[in-house]
Design a protein around this ligand. Structure first.
Ligand code: NZQ
Ligand code: ZN
Length: 394
């Protein structure tokens, strides 16, 4: 295994009894705040009023950017960065899911830069070395953006959805109150849970010799999401379920589970192309692609992938029947995951079911490789492989 450095300087305030510290924490970064949020859920839930009360109690001046889209657009980043520059903003407070938080990360960087923010995505070697401080209030357990240094931005004009990361984009503090997720509808709860599962799988499925401890950590995380996502869908105000999903969302992607792994993620680049072309919900695309990807890599490189897929079946879904061969166990694990997505989370089973046909498969497959010859992941995937995976999802 490779050595690694692990440092997460984001301070987490977890639970309702921590929430009233929000005003103080934001005020510690300055007196002028840009409050960012999405399409209005925070106004419907009353969270907006609570937050404004906490900010006003500190005498902070607040300007607002609402309307940040799911799959956030570069236009919103540009608008927010301009508002920061014109309003002499000291700190950005993002309230929402991954879309609002991601967009706010690049607003923070854009506020400190003399360039168009899309430059960072058009040429990923363009450095991102400074940003305003970001504080977040998470309202949807899914992306882990509240505790990681990355974000994903869409450019509808060019059909691009691109990610970047930089240490200066890490939130300074994130407020994780599970009660703020009680209003998340069942579909978004399901999609967010599929996203958490995918983040974990992208790291878990590796042919490297890894730390046993990290494998067991990820297996526990997967079992946690599988246990609590259906409960949260059926009983949205179930505090135990919401708390478990929220903390799992952060830990699936905050770098802890990586333990020095360097391999590329496989399913996310394929999904980002679906969202770029069809503006679908990220977690839904992942749920459709993941079982097909597992079946494909198992067939392409059985020797390399079988042991980990058997371990997954056994330790995540409890598939231990001694009458089954290793291959049957691996396939039973994949079937169990697909059944969880479709039957328990009620997510669409195929691309056809969400009206996506094969028109752009070749183009999306090329783009998913980001101009490299292949995705160098659990099993290397060429554009031709990726087309086959998309087709298997029809
Ligand atoms: O916009 P509002 O009105 O707030 O409604 C949102 C939105 O419609 C709603 N919602 C959020 N919290 C709610 C709520 N509705 C009721 N009650 C609440 N408490 O949910 C909808 C989806 O929100 P969004 O922020 O788009 O979802 P998510 O958190 O899944 O974020 C998805 C974005 O994050 C990117 C995805 O690609 C996608 O663009 N990702 C970011 C990552 C990262 N930063 O590390 C990694 C991920 O793999 C992912 O790519
Ligand atoms: Zn994701």
């Amino acid at each position: 295994m490779n050595g690694f450095v692990y440092s997460i300087p984001t301070t987490i305030y977890f639970g309702d009894d921590q929430f009233d510290k929000l005003g103080e924490v934001v005020a510690s970064y300055g007196s002028c705040v840009l409050l960012t949020y999405g399409g209005g859920s925070i106004k419907r839930t009353g969270l907006y009023d609570r937050i404004m009360g906490l900010l006003q109690a500190q005498g902070l001046s607040v300007i607002e950017l609402g309307g940040i889209e799911p799959n956030p657009r570069i236009a919103s980043v540009r608008r927010g960065a301009q508002m920061c520059k014109e309003g002499n903003v000291d700190v950005v407070l993002a309230v929402g899911g991954g879309s609002t938080i991601d967009c706010s990360k690049f607003i923070c960087a854009g506020a400190k830069a003399d360039r168009d923010p899309w430059d960072w995505f058009a040429d990923k070697t363009t450095p991102i070395d400074d940003a305003l401080p970001l504080v977040t209030v998470l309202t949807l357990a899914a992306t882990g953006s509240e505790m990681d240094s990355g974000g994903v931005i869409s450019n509808p004009e060019t059909h691009q959805k691109e990610g970047r990361g930089a240490a200066c984009l890490l939130p300074k503090a994130s407020f994780l109150d599970p009660q703020n997720t009680y209003t998340v509808p069942p579909f978004q709860t399901a999609a967010g849970s599929a996203d958490i599962i995918s983040h974990t799988c992208e790291t878990y499925f590796s042919q490297d010799k890894d730390l046993y401890f990290l494998d067991t950590f990820m297996e526990g995380l997967l079992r946690t999401v599988i246990k609590f996502a259906p409960i949260a869908m059926a009983d949205p105000a179930n505090g135990e379920a919401r708390a478990n999903l929220m903390w799992a969302s952060s830990w699936a992607i905050n770098g802890f589970a990586d333990g020095g792994k360097t391999q590329a993620w496989s399913v996310h680049p394929m999904e980002h192309e679906l969202s770029a072309f069809y503006d679908i919900t990220h977690g839904l695309g992942l749920a459709i692609l993941t079982p097909a990807w597992m079946r494909f890599v198992l067939a392409k490189d059985p020797d390399g992938t079988l042991p980990k897929l058997v371990q997954f079946a056994q330790n995540v879904f409890g598939i231990t029947d001694p009458a089954l061969s290793d291959l049957e166990r691996a396939n039973a694990g994949i079937d169990a995951l697909q059944s969880f997505f479709v039957n328990d989370l009620k997510l669409a089973p195929t691309l056809t079911a969400i009206d996506i046909d094969d028109e752009h498969f070749e183009q999306m497959a090329e783009k998913a490789c980001h101009k490299n010859p292949a995705i160098a992941g659990f099993v290397d995937l060429t554009p031709q492989d990726i087309v086959k995976i998309y087709k298997a999802c029809q």
